[in-house]
Design a protein around this ligand. Structure first.
Ligand SMILES: [Zn+2]
Length: 377
């Protein structure tokens, strides 16, 4: 079956052009300029961008990924799909080891179905002083042996683990993760500059939500922010919701890291798509007020209610990124982090037809996954 989308403004990392594209068997088979050579579905001059890739997401639509109810996890994926995310990594907050093992094993099933692109353990190997919305009583010292058990439970689908580089055992655990093909991310960390560099030298290649849950940038104490931004081996996650990071600081990070080392994430929690009220993040009680999720105890920001379309739009409007750069930080760079850039992340011949149709105001009008509309434009 073949489908041509015509009269499109196609956004690639190289630029924006008016043209058309053909999809066969779920893949992009032609991308052309100008008028389509045959009959096609006109998208009426709207933008067509690659589906968004969210590598840090805890849930939505009332569902969290560490859940006994896979139906709820499916609802969360579907909610984010409606907002243009075609590839999702499920992030797990800190829980007791047996709960994490069960969650990883359950979510592996959704990875095997192709609904999720992997699992991310955001805890328990993080710093008490920077634990944010993670339960401080459940944190643990990083241990390669213990992580091996967690990876086993995920049946090869654990893609990332966040580790505070300064903790005892952190460097060995980072080396072990990377040796197993798992991305080591530095975050929820109280590390200084040198400790962060040691983590990068051990193989860490991602900054878990840069700025959030780590010491701030200081001119005599550069800390993890400077170490992570300054190193070409590291890709930095940013939560672009206007709450987690001031737009000026976000712009500053982006100016240093550029579109090739910056990824937009949602860090979304279960309240996403539902509105204000009381929710749980892991075992922690969270109140959402005016779209901002905070712990009931202590008031730490507790994940976001962000969706990738909003993060994308803000990147263009508030941060000043060009459309080609915005698709890079929302799709291609996170796809590269996951090792999937040969299959997804941009509009190119041979890649999966994971596409989003955006209005002139950059609102989501249509979403396609593997050549099938999940939202008709
Ligand atoms: Zn998170």
């Amino acid at each position: 079956m073949s489908l041509t989308l015509a009269d499109a403004r196609i956004v690639t990392p190289a630029g924006v052009h008016e043209g058309w594209l053909t999809i066969e068997d779920g893949r992009i088979t032609h991308v052309g300029h100008g008028s389509a050579p045959g009959p096609g579905l006109s998208v009426g001059g709207r933008y067509v961008v690659p589906g968004f890739v969210d590598i840090h997401n805890h849930g939505g639509a009332g569902g969290s990924f560490p859940t006994g109810d896979l139906g709820k996890a499916r609802d969360a994926v579907a909610l984010h799909r409606r907002h243009g995310t075609t590839t999702t990594v499920a992030s797990l907050v800190t829980d007791p080891l047996d709960s994490l093992t069960r969650a990883a094993s359950a979510l592996a099933e959704l990875c095997e179905e192709g609904l999720l692109a992997g699992i991310h353990f955001e805890g328990p190997y993080i710093a008490k002083a920077r634990c944010g919305a993670h339960d401080p009583t459940l944190l643990r010292e990083p241990s390669p042996r213990e992580l091996a058990e967690l990876l086993k439970a995920g049946r090869g689908h654990v893609r990332m683990v966040t580790i505070a580089a300064e903790l005892p055992g952190a460097l060995d655990t980072i080396r072990m993760a990377v040796g197993e093909g798992v991305i080591a991310a530095i975050g929820h960390s109280d590390a200084d500059y040198e400790q962060t560099i040691a983590g990068i030298e051990a193989g860490a290649s991602v900054a878990t939500h840069l700025y959030n849950a780590m010491p701030p940038l200081g001119h005599r104490a550069p800390g993890p922010v400077a170490a992570l931004l300054d190193d070409e081996r590291v890709t930095v996650e940013l939560i672009n919701d206007g709450v987690h990071v001031h737009p000026a600081m976000l712009r500053l990070a982006y100016e240093v890291a550029g579109p090739g080392r910056t990824v937009l994430i949602t860090d979304a929690m279960s309240a996403t798509g539902l509105g204000d009220g009381d929710y749980l993040l892991g075992s922690m009680r969270v109140r959402v007020d005016d779209g901002v999720a905070r712990l009931v105890e202590g008031g730490s920001i507790a994940g976001s209610t962000l969706t990738m379309d909003v993060a994308f739009r803000r990147s263009v409007r508030e941060v000043g990124m060009s459309l080609p750069d915005a698709v890079q930080v929302a799709s291609l760079t996170p796809a590269r982090v996951l090792g999937l850039a040969d299959r997804i992340g941009s509009i190119a011949v041979g890649k999966a037809a994971d596409l989003v149709v955006l209005s002139a105001a950059l609102e989501v009008d249509g979403v396609m996954k593997d050549g099938v509309w999940t939202t008709e434009p």
